[in-house]
Design a protein around this ligand. Structure first.
Ligand code: HEM
Length: 376
């Protein structure tokens, strides 16, 4: 999509799409404003035209405005502070090693299926206290729910996956209510805002949000990272020699190939954006993937520069909805990528494999990524 973004940034930075009735926003400054000015650009995008008002996310963090947003966020933010997340590092390392033990001796794998996809599901499932035997079901639901978000109609497959997921979480919430543990769901059940507990719908929405927001995004960050490192000569060797260089290289992957390419908003009042006048109730798509390649903000934007500083990319959003899982995603990426570099000598893309992207305008990453190395 990147050449197209560049054209649109220059020629039609705020573009109205008649057919979809959506305003598309492509420049860094405009995207930043749309994401962070929450009073004018509301996240309640499912209100109004959207047919499935009872979508699970409708009452979750990502789709609420203040003051409710602030209350919900304060309940869950404790579990996701950098400190709380750092405590997960030993366990993440263990999971990464288990996944690599299975393949290290073979010399090849599909990086997505065999590594980047299972890792975040296992981490989130453990955080939420979900038993290992239920993980596959989990993954299926989350795939279906995410893959449909780019379409506005609901499909029967999606509806039934959503229903199954809701029933599963509902049963789990009831179990934790009777028998609390140390997991996130038990903590959310105990939490109160102004003396009130979360409603079951709010709990369900939050479980579904974590599952979906945390999985596919992190999978694609890992896929995009390995693809980019392999495509830019010398990167893998350099990162292997200098482990301190990895965190900023990960930030640059987030900028260069953002796992989330666009986010939706709806205007609460008449407003202007660049030269465009938007009436109240306008729906917008803020193109993070385009903002992150805007030459007005990033010198040499089409170059992958692993040391880029400053790097104020918008891959995790900005403002009150800034990604709650960012510290976790960064940690998983650092642990996972440093283990890949250390344990798979000569890591490269398998020659001749066609590169296919996930079929979505929101989520961005390779559908499959065959890689090879010298078996150990
Ligand atoms: C919000 C991206 C990983 C949970 C967001 C937003 C973006 C984003 C762009 C802002 C949405 C908006 O402004 O409307 C990403 C990317 C990830 C990632 C690129 C991985 C590389 C995760 C993980 C979790 C997570 C691992 C949880 C375990 C959330 C939640 C929100 C959110 C709960 C909503 C926050 C709010 O509305 O206050 N994410 N995310 N994300 N993300 Fe992430």
């Amino acid at each position: 999509p990147f050449p197209l973004y560049r054209e649109l940034r220059e020629d039609s930075p705020v573009l109205f799409d008649d057919a979809q009735e959506v305003w598309h926003v492509f420049r860094y400054d405009d995207v930043q404003r749309v994401l962070s000015d929450h009073a004018v650009f509301s996240s309640r995008m499912r209100a109004g035209r959207e047919p499935d008002q009872n979508h699970l996310f409708a009452s979750s963090l990502i789709s609420t405005d203040p003051p409710r947003h602030r209350q919900l966020r304060s309940l869950v933010s404790e579990a996701f502070t950098p400190r709380a997340v750092a405590a997960l590092e030993p366990r993440i390392s263990e999971i990464v090693d288990e996944l690599l033990d299975r393949v290290a001796g073979t010399g090849s794998m599909d990086l997505i299926d065999d590594f980047a996809y299972p890792l975040p599901v296992i981490v989130i499932a453990e955080l939420m206290g979900i038993p290992a035997e239920d993980r596959d079901r989990f993954k299926r639901w989350s795939d279906i729910v995410v893959s449909q978000t780019r379409e506005y109609e609901s499909s029967p497959v999606r509806a039934s996956a959503q229903q199954e997921m809701a029933e599963y979480f509902f049963a789990m919430i009831e179990r934790r209510r009777r028998d609390p543990g140390e997991d996130l769901i038990s903590r959310l059940l105990a939490a109160q805002v102004d003396g009130e507990h979360l409603s079951v719908i709010e709990l369900l929405g939050f479980c579904a949000l974590l599952l979906v927001a945390g999985n596919e995004t992190t999978t694609n960050l890992l896929g995009n990272a390995v693809l980019t490192f392999a495509e830019w000569p010398g990167t893998i060797e350099r990162l292997r020699a200098e482990s301190g260089a990895l965190p900023s290289a990960i930030e640059e992957v987030l900028r260069f190939r953002s796992p989330v390419q666009s986010m939706f908003r709806v205007t609460t009042e008449d407003t202007t954006l660049g030269a465009a006048s938007l009436p109240a109730g306008s729906r917008l798509a803020a193109w993070i993937g385009s903002a992150n390649r805007d030459g007005r903000q990033f010198p040499d934007p089409e170059t992958f520069a692993p040391d880029r500083r400053p790097n104020r990319h918008l891959a995790f959003g900005q403002g009150i909805h800034f990604c709650l899982g960012a510290p976790l995603a960064r940690l998983e990426a650092r642990v996972a990528l440093s283990a890949l570099l250390a344990r798979l000598p000569g890591l490269s893309l398998a020659p001749g494999a066609p590169l296919e992207r996930i079929d979505s305008t929101i989520i961005f990453g390779p559908r499959a990524l065959p890689v090879q190395w010298q078996p150990t």
